[in-house]
Design a protein around this ligand. Structure first.
Ligand SMILES: Cc1cc2nc3c(=O)[nH]c(=O)nc-3n(C[C@H](O)[C@H](O)[C@H](O)COP(=O)(O)OP(=O)(O)OC[C@H]3O[C@@H](n4cnc5c(N)ncnc54)[C@H](O)[C@@H]3O)c2cc1C
Length: 807
């Protein structure tokens, strides 16, 4: 065994081998994959081999599409048989919401590049004559997907990788991984030691054990999953052509032809108890293992599957496969770095590893080798979780994710597992006032307030909370509103080098005076956006940084890992220590003035400044900024003072008919101000120039990370650019991922949007070809199958000159 490799991958399932192949394809052949058994001997060998195109997420659809493009060619590329069957698939719709989701998906399909048609019951039966279409409204027919032999795919990619110079070591267990003072990793195995620059954990259901070797953990939950193979189906015998895979949400299952038999895979909703599901950490000697089957548990779902394809009823069950599968706490795999560790990567936690192995490998390889991936990796980055995601949370969420496999995702739908996890002291008080919370990074955050007890009817279209949100928005624009945003990520950054350090890692310049506030971005060396933070200079050597709730681990990691050994800077995560109340609206000054002796007028407390003041007897940090575009203050007291502060503000606001508002309203208010969102408009895919944020770059600073690349791009020009647009949408809004058209050509993709209740317009953001980024240019956006005209705006729909903010 070689003693050195640039990259060591632990685990030879389809995820590890998919990565190996793509690293090699990118020209990095100094990679060694180490597998304790045979390749595929974890979860991969027994998988059903399904590779669907239809996934409800734009970036994940790209991951699947890459596999569905590569797998049919693998045999020719490598000489290894993969048994690719281009069967296509049909997912059935039974409700109007299913249909809207199909329309949304069809938009994604146009953008990603796979073929998809929405077909009626008659056509479904033409394509698959054995389907019972009772209760079926339509089908989403995807024509470019299929299924393959998982071992064949893995071995083909392994052969391809070896042909390109990569190394595979089998029957060798990695027993330990240690960081060396040199910054390299020492990977100990049963057969010797390898020194590597980077290590990747691709250990499937063993990933938590391998993570523990470096003191890390990850919220993935191992459980069992079954499929059954029927005996020969007489009706299949007479056909030359294979029928497409049927995916039936009612049966929570997939049903596909396997030669002359059928395979039925079940995601049962019942019997999810600890007795069977979590196997915790498997034993190292678990190898090519299957578990005893539990047909009783599957029966209700299997029954529905048989009703859907009745010709299976007489075929009998020939074989049952019950194998190990891992589900992450929120569904998608873990792809990316581990917080606090340099060059330790995750490539695991996939519950659709056969479909995703190639795509995950491709985009993770880009990230590892070039610092960024060409798709938005926010949703896969392992740093999307934090310490709150402990064992109980992980288990509850992993089970939930399993049960949701075939449930149509509905915008705004909330699921209960693992909640509440992190709450502010106002949680119960706000609930009593009708607050409906949503969860981000474990935090329960107000979404909207049900003042009359109504329950949201989830839909892709305007629903029964539309007018409630409108009232919240108008109250903020016309009077004053209060919002608990304690989930904001907060960091105290101090020390003699704090200012210089922040100037070095951020594209904007730090405020020159104490009390100044700037919005700034942390970029990669390639100039792409890693993080967005709002920094307040509290004193010459003290700064207070805020970032998105979802970015708590990630931005802390950027801040900590961005620090040079020579810089004397202290970075403390104070997210749990301080709460945040957003007081916003034209009457906010009058409300606040009743509770503080500090002057709040524009001379004493201008926009974009912060001060430590006392409100209702509570010392706090008050920042004159907000994300809703109104006169207002963010108040950051110690967490334990939140309730007293809230009560005092509420009393002071009564005469102005102050309201509580939530994040639905925030989305409407921020889109009216053209405020971009981290993770949507601002992602690892794009630069500040592309996101039209050049005013936040200070090129005259001698150096900041990403400066050279940004300058280069400025010279070379852009290939995509963010535009802000209004749209004549009807009863649905832009949500992000919709295709943008000029005639029949797709010219871009939306990133987010919403309805501006104050300006009474649909609004959105999209990345388009730069020639379309001109004020007044029109294009079309596909909203749930309807072409709606979007017109580029060169200024915010509300208060373009910030007069409200500066009032
Ligand atoms: C019944 C069933 C049907 C399925 N059907 C499908 C399907 O149709 N389509 C689909 O996309 N997905 C399907 N899946 C899911 C799919 O099997 C998994 O998502 C996928 O196999 C995960 O691949 P992996 O590489 O992450 O893990 P694994 O295949 O488990 O690979 C991890 C490897 O790491 C090795 N390893 C662990 N620790 C060490 C160590 N310390 N040293 C060296 N090696 C180590 C293990 O031996 C193992 O080979 C199915 C799962 C089940 C249970």
């Amino acid at each position: 065994m070689k003693s050195h490799a640039r990259i060591v991958i632990v685990g030879g399932g389809i995820m590890g081998v998919g990565l190996l192949y793509h690293l090699a394809e990118e020209g990095c052949s100094d990679v060694m994959l180490i597998e304790k058994g045979e390749l595929t001997s974890g979860s991969t060998w027994h998988a059903a081999g399904q590779c669907p195109s239809l996934v409800g997420n734009y970036n994940m659809a790209k991951i699947h599409h890459h596999g569905n493009t590569l797998y049919p060619k693998l045999e020719e590329l490598t000489g290894q048989y993969v048994s690719w069957h281009a069967s296509g698939g049909i997912r059935l719709a039974r409700t109007r919401e299913d249909l809207d989701w199909f329309e949304f998906m069809r938009g994604i399909a146009s953008n990603v590049g796979f073929r998809m048609q929405i077909i009626g019951p008659d056509e479904i039966r033409k394509i698959h004559p054995f389907v019972n279409t009772d209760g079926v409204l339509a089908g989403a027919w995807t024509l470019d997907d299929g299924h393959a032999d998982p071992s064949g795919l893995t071995n083909a990619m392994a052969r391809g990788a070896k042909n390109m110079g990569a190394t595979i070591v089998r029957h060798t267990r990695v027993t330990d991984i240690k960081a060396l003072p040199s910054g390299e990793w020492e990977v100990s195995t049963e057969k010797g030691t390898v020194i590597a620059e980077m290590v990747v954990n691709a250990a499937g259901c063993f990933a938590r054990r391998v993570a523990q070797m470096v003191g890390a953990d990850l919220p993935i939950c191992n459980m069992e999953h079954h499929y059954v193979v029927t005996g020969p189906v007489a009706e299949f015998m007479d056909r030359d052509e294979e029928v497409p895979v049927i995916r039936d949400p009612h049966a929570s299952s997939y049903i596909r032809q396997e030669q002359k038999s059928a395979v039925v895979g079940i995601y049962e909703h019942v019997g999810m108890t600890e007795a069977w599901a979590p196997r915790g950490f498997p034993n190292w000697d678990s190898d090519s293992e299957l578990f005893p089957d539990d047909l009783e548990r599957l029966m209700p779902w299997l029954g529905r599957a048989m009703e859907r394809v009745p010709v299976l009823e007489d075929a009998g069950i020939k074989r049952v496969i019950n194998g190990a599968i891992s589900h992450s706490a929120d569904g998608p795999p873990m792809l990316g770095p581990v917080a606090g560790l340099k060059n330790y990567w995750m490539c695991c936690g996939s519950s659709f590893g056969i479909a995703q192995g190639a795509g995950c490998g491709k985009y993770l390889a880009q990230w590892m080798l070039y610092g960024d991936s060409e798709i938005n990796m926010t949703g896969y980055d392992p740093r999307r979780f934090g310490g709150y995601a402990g064992d109980e949370y992980m288990k509850a969420r992993g089970f939930q994710d399993y049960r949701l496999t075939y449930v149509t995702p509905l915008p705004g739908e909330e699921f209960p597992a693992g909640r509440p996890s992190r709450t502010s002291p106002l949680y119960d008080k706000l609930r009593r006032q009708g607050c409906v919370h949503t969860e981000t990074f474990g935090w329960e955050r107000p979404k909207w307030f049900s003042l009359d007890g109504r329950i949201e009817e989830f839909s892709y279209r305007h629903n029964n909370v539309f007018e409630v949100v409108r009232d919240e928005c108008l109250a903020v624009r016309e009077r004053v509103g209060l919002l608990d945003l304690s989930g904001f990520s907060k960091y105290d950054i101090s020390g003699p080098d704090a200012g210089a350090y922040l100037d070095r890692i951020c594209a904007n310049r730090m405020p020159s005076r104490s009390g100044g506030i700037v919005l700034t971005h942390i970029l990669s060396e390639q100039g792409r956006i890693k993080g967005e933070i709002t920094v307040t200079r509290l004193a010459d050597d003290r700064y207070y940084a805020l970032s998105a709730a979802a970015a708590e681990t990630r931005d802390l990691d950027h801040l900590v890992q961005g620090k040079l050994g020579s810089e004397v800077v202290d970075i403390v995560n104070v997210t749990d220590d301080r709460g945040v109340l957003v007081l916003a609206g034209p009457r906010s000054r009058e409300v606040l003035a009743q509770l503080t002796d500090s002057s709040l007028d524009n001379d004493a407390f201008p926009w974009l400044t912060g001060q430590e003041i006392t409100v209702a007897g509570i010392p706090l940090r008050a920042l004159r900024v907000n994300y809703v575009g109104e006169l207002g203050w963010e108040l950051h007291p110690q967490m334990q003072d939140m309730e007293v502060l809230y009560d005092a503000l509420w009393r002071a606001g009564e005469q102005y008919r102050m309201v509580n508002f939530g994040l639905y309203a925030v989305n409407s208010l921020r889109i009216e101000k053209a405020y971009r969102g981290w993770g949507a408009e601002l992602t690892n895919e794009v630069t500040l120039l592309e996101s039209d944020m050049q005013r936040f770059i200070k090129f005259d600073k001698e150096e900041f990370i990403g400066r050279q690349a940004t300058l280069r791009q400025k010279d070379e020009g852009l290939t995509t650019k963010l535009v802000y647009f209004e749209i004549d949408s009807g009863d649905s809004d832009v949500r992000g991922s919709e295709p943008v058209y000029d005639g029949d050509s797709v010219i871009g993709v939306t990133t987010s949007g919403g309805y501006g209740h104050h300006v009474q317009k649909g609004l959105g953001f999209a990345y388009v070809e730069p020639q379309y980024a001109e004020d007044g240019i029109s294009f079309e956006v596909d909203l749930l199958g309807e072409r709606c005209t979007g017109t580029v705006l060169n200024e915010p729909a509300h208060d373009p000159h910030n007069l409200c903010l500066k009032a």
